[in-house]
Design a protein around this ligand. Sequence first.
Ligand SMILES: Nc1ncnc2c1ncn2[C@@H]1O[C@H](COP(=O)(O)OP(=O)(O)O)[C@@H](O)[C@H]1O
Ligand SMILES: [Mg+2]
Length: 311
Amino acid sequence: MLIVRAASRRYGDDPALERLDLEFQNGVYGLLAPNGAGKTTLLKMLAGLLPPSEGEILYDGEPLADLDEKYRMKLGYLPQRFGYYPGDTPLKYMQYLAAIKGMNRKEASERSELLLDAVALGEAKRRKMKTFSGGMIQRVGIAQALLNDPRVLILDEPTAGLDPKERGRFRSLLTQLGRDRIVILSTHVVSDVESAANEIILLKDGRVFAKDKPEGICLMLAGRVYETKIGDAEADAFRERYAILAERGEPDGWRMRFVSEAESALPQWQAVQPTLEDVFLYVYRDAEGRAPERMLFPREPAGSGKRGESV
Ligand SMILES: Nc1ncnc2c1ncn2[C@@H]1O[C@H](COP(=O)(O)OP(=O)(O)O)[C@@H](O)[C@H]1O
Ligand SMILES: [Mg+2]
């Protein structure tokens, strides 16, 4: 079990994370927050690479600082950016890392081949990495994090650069891995974690805003998410008044998905089940109530009457 106890991290005077308390058992944990929220900082602390400014992190009851090498033996880590020599093949790169981790040559070779197969790089394992797509490089990164069959696997934005097919394959690998180890991954893409993560952690303002099962997180907006059709003339006023989660232009107005904090709904509003994406957009909306910019696109493919996409 991995425990974060009142851990803070400052950069100079800037408090990046403040007094976090977290517990991790076997399973998949999705650290979900926009850029700059402190995901990498937390993951580096959990990997024992960055000491907390205050507080402590314990693995099976012992501070990471004391475990040092013993913890590294149990840890797999994919940094947000990882270095490799472009002229290397994935097989050579993996074998090199395995040697550093103290594996013998035969074990290193077998394990490297097995893992490269697992991330669907079996065919490409003897090709130079400089010919690889971003998604292929990222898959090498995921494979190397698994070399020592880690008990604690920490992946910092592992799906960056993966295409939809690669993402799907990665999600099934995740659920498999999470059955008998702690897997913690960061992402700002909701779909990466909504089906695969046992628990979601939302960071906000340097603190843990929520840590719960995906269903539990969705309950935060239960009974407050609606959809309705708004005519052109009222659209701007509506946007001012409600937190818009998504909108889609249609020939005769706008289809709006929004949050209402009011007790009673208007008859023309349809109550809908909140999704994890709704919660993400709402929690991280800005002071004017606007959703994070990157998320302003229609939730569903627009019909033939499509006119505009977003504000
Ligand atoms: N080495 C550093 N020196 C100074 N500030 C940093 C450093 N690393 C991160 N920060 C700051 O800490 C905050 C959290 O960053 P980070 O952990 O990288 O967030 P995320 O991974 O969620 O994008 C940001 O405001 C960032 O600018
Ligand atoms: Mg980061």
